[in-house]
Design a protein around this ligand. Structure first.
Ligand code: CA
Length: 232
């Protein structure tokens, strides 16, 4: 795996079983692994090891994982963070993503899924910002920002200005989940809009882009969280 040997991943998880599973899976994949079971130790380990990414359980014994996320950000540490979440923790996931976490996996997750998310987060962290790129490419979707043109699998698609902005925001973070709040703020630039509004525009966008709008291949829903433009 490219670069994996030189990269340290920090696991922050108080559940011994989960931590051991993560350690074995990541070490097997060639990463260097640092482990912490408390937020306090994680904070000092993050300083010592300068991890390429952090896997963060939100329910820690000494402090909330969210507080740790914010503390790391306040201290200038900004490695991509993947939240390890339980199934009932949708609010936590949304809060963590809005606070700058990159992604989440829901327990129980497979090793393959976790490794894919890590590779994606590391790739995003390495990539240059593409905000001002005139053209964006996400899988089969090509976007010409200057001309406001969208081509999907060689087919020209006409979008409204809102649909276009929605697609651009998702394409700029292709593969990554975006929360409802992040999309609403990015597309409607601060004006308060309801999630319902977003859903309506997403449906319209899917009808224009997806071969089968009721079973989206690219514009997928993350229930209770937001949307993701899949590129795999
Ligand atoms: Ca926990």
């Amino acid at each position: 795996m490219e670069n994996a040997m030189t990269e340290t991943l920090l696991i922050v998880e108080d559940d011994h079983e989960v931590r051991r599973f993560l350690h074995d899976a990541l070490a097997e994949a060639g990463y260097r692994v640092a482990e912490a079971s408390t937020a306090a130790y994680a904070e000092s380990l993050a300083r010592e090891t300068n991890p390429a990414a952090i896997l963060l359980d939100l329910g820690l014994p000494d402090r909330d994982g969210m507080q740790l996320l914010r503390a790391l950000r306040d201290n200038g540490a900004y490695p991509p963070t993947i939240v390890l979440s339980s199934r009932d923790g949708d609010t936590d996931k949304v809060e963590a993503l809005d606070a700058g976490a990159d992604d989440y996996v829901t327990k129980p997750f497979s090793t393959a899924e976790l490794l894919a998310r890590i590779r994606l987060a590391l790739r995003h962290a390495r990539a240059k910002p593409i905000v001002d790129e005139p053209t964006l490419e996400a899988g089969a979707i090509k976007i010409d920002q200057a001309r406001h043109q969208v081509v999907v699998e060689g087919r020209n698609v006409r979008l409204t200005p809102i649909e276009f902005r929605l697609l651009v925001e998702l394409a700029r973070r292709a593969g990554k989940v975006m929360t409802h709040k992040q999309l609403l703020e990015a597309v409607w630039t601060g004006k308060s809009q309801q999630v319902h509004y977003l859903r309506v525009h997403m449906q319209a966008l899917r009808r224009k882009i997806e071969p089968e709008p009721s079973r989206p291949r690219w514009l997928t829903t993350e229930p209770g969280i937001g949307y993701r433009l899949r590129v795999d």
